[in-house]
Design a binder for this molecule. Sequence first.
Ligand code: ZN
Length: 370
Amino acid sequence: MHLSYPFILKILENLSRGAELKPFSTAAFMNSTRFPVSRIFSLFSRSLSPPIINLLFNSTLPHVPSCKFSIIAQFSSSSSSLPPPSPLYAAMETQVGSSSSSRWRPMCLYYTQGKCTQMDDSIHLEKFNHDCSRDLQVNATDSDKKCSQDVDFLLVLDLEGKVEILEFPVLLMDAKSLGLVDFFHRFVRPSKMSEQAINKYIEGKYGEIGVDRVWHDTALPFMEVIQQFEAWLTQHNLWKKEEGGCLACAAFVTCGNWDLKTKIPQQCIVSGIKLPPYFMEWINLKDVYLNFYGREARGMMSMMKQLEIPALGSHHLGIDDSKNIARVLQHMLADGALMQITARRHPESQKVEFHYENRIRAPQRRERRL
Ligand SMILES: [Zn+2]
């Protein structure tokens, strides 16, 4: 859906009276006469409280009820992608709770990186989720289909960034209880790109979903992220630097082979570091899915659709995608799937060996990654 230029001016006029308005230039709006609602929404979504935006659209767009409804609905979930309005979503709502305090909210991306300074601000707490396990609640402890796993913990990893890694989210899941144990989330600053290229890259990638500012505020070079990640692994007794080698009692779970087969080794070369030994093997959830259910799913969204799991959050925001992949993983574990290593890199030849005979081999049209 698009809004016309006079409408946008009216919106900007009204917004300019709000104290929390995020700085932006109206000049960007002069080059075109129509703009996607999602773009306008993303500019303000993380800067305004719901009452302000409700008042705004109630007062400026009285003749466009469907438009008004759409914007407010999108805002109330504070996400660029709404979960599908299916009976499953309704079921999820019931499960999560239906009061306003328990409705779905976007994660505070300062909090996920240990940098939230507004934990005593009730408006902030009402607007953003500060409990990463919230979308990962399961009621599968008594599932009799669950099987014994080779590892105690599964590390769901879903990188973002095509030219260089921009986001590094990892969710530590208990393979037995299926619950979230902890998480590690960092935005990553490219090391070989100019400031101008980074700004353009981030605006294109994260500006759309309104998280470009938090990215600029928090992103760290890949090398630092890896050092912090190793300290986090050690803290959880999953790996010891002095011993090297693979993870202890844990395995990475990714959606496809791209993250660990291609992107991490590429980024290590760009950042001038040796490929850490714990990145040598992983579980490609799509291969396990294919062999367990006997049907093909080309990506996270296809798996979710087939398993009737509603998507939550913003697609291509790494932390949200990781949570959605973790929800697919929980579903598969509850159904009795055994999570086994599907690919291993030979430490000397660096050649990757795939362990499943039956796997998705055809060249895939990768989901867009900027
Ligand atoms: Zn916060």
